[in-house]
Design a protein around this ligand. Structure first.
Ligand SMILES: [Zn+2]
Length: 340
């Protein structure tokens, strides 16, 4: 066996990585030296240490001319591995020097079929729910893969918020008008079906102002809701350690990647702002997934707000699990509108 087999002769320091796990690995395994990628002095690790991982990262993708991004852009956008895009380019170029994934660094790529077909489960389910079955759609694939799992708890006593634009002539809504409308007045929403009220809450006051679409100089009543008992939630912001999970083996790693992407797709639909052109059929898939969460025993769900960058939204299935204890007044002093 060639003594040099497996050596790449490229020393990499932790500054070349943004991913915390990769940085930690360099910190733990590195020896003093000069980084061949960014030129900094510090602890460095030879690329051979990561070579299997990077080859398998490249194996996740295939050439796809219809796609928008290259493999480097895709990896960086999805997994944020590299400290800078330039570093990623140098590292991937070296990996591809001894390994051909079937595309070049300038080709556009997409997930390989074995992943994309599984990720498409949400698209297939949505289509069935809208066009074929309304209530008893097949969910074997969800059951088998544990895509939907209870993952977080909000503890009794936690404060969450919900806003309503205050009607003219009143200073603020009373606390008993800050909750859900009664059942017979409950319209369909992203999460709840017509007639079944769920309580939509936010972690921060600011997010409620985005979610309620408050306009310039609008007066807003913000209800503070105290959680009445520990609640188990399905969290649609599924985050997993991309690098360290690789140790669990390629198949398990791919399972997690699929789960990550499936939940991302569902989250996109859950957090899609309502528009005046929406038809109720658009809400059926997300209502169905919430019902699925209920059936497996969740008290609610959480997901990132699409309107407020750092915002977190909650849907509580049983409105009496949170009680409005105070109503605050806010006036919107600035509105930021971005057009594309
Ligand atoms: Zn470096």
């Amino acid at each position: 066996m060639d003594f040099f087999q497996g050596r790449c002769d490229m020393l990499i320091c932790k500054e070349c990585f943004k991913d915390e796990e990769l940085r930690k690995e360099v910190q733990n395994e590195g020896v003093e030296g000069v980084c061949d990628v960014c030129g900094k002095n510090g602890l460095v690790v030879d690329l051979s240490h990561f070579i299997d991982f990077f080859k398998d990262v490249l194996r996740l993708y295939k050439k796809c001319d219809e796609s928008q991004s290259t493999v480097l852009q895709t990896i960086q956008n999805t997994w944020g591995l590299f400290g800078k895009v330039e570093y990623g380019e140098i590292i991937l170029k070296e990996v591809m020097n001894g390994f051909d994934p079937g595309y070049s660094l300038s080709d556009k790529v997409a997930y390989e079929d074995f992943l994309q077909n599984r990720i498409d489960i949400w698209e297939r389910t949505k289509q069935q729910l809208k066009e074929q079955y309304r209530f008893f759609v097949n969910h074997d694939e969800f059951d088998r893969n544990n895509y939907i799992e209870i993952a977080v708890t909000i503890t009794k006593g936690t404060n969450l918020y919900r806003a309503r634009v205050t009607e003219s002539g009143m200073s603020k809504f009373p606390s008993n008008k800050m909750g859900c409308p009664p059942k017979d007045k409950t319209k369909a929403g992203r999460a709840n079906p017509v007639g079944i009220p769920y309580l939509y809450l936010c972690r921060d006051i600011n997010t409620t102002l985005y979610e309620v679409r408050a306009g310039f100089l609008d007066k807003v009543s913000v209800g503070r809701f105290k959680i009445q008992r520990d609640l188990n939630l399905v969290d649609f912001d599924f985050d997993f350690p991309f690098y360290t999970s690789y140790d669990e083996g390629f198949d398990r790693w791919c399972d997690l990647i699929v789960k990550f992407e499936v939940l991302k797709e569902i989250r996109k639909d859950l957090s899609k702002p309502l528009t005046r052109y929406d038809t109720e059929i658009e809400y059926v898939p997300t209502q169905w997934i919430c019902e699925y969460c209920k059936i497996i025993g969740a008290d609610g769900i959480s997901f990132a707000s699409s309107l407020d960058n750092n915002g977190l939204n909650y849907v509580i299935f049983n409105p009496s699990d949170a009680k409005c204890t105070k109503v605050l007044c806010r006036t919107v002093e600035e509105v930021c509108i971005k057009a594309r």
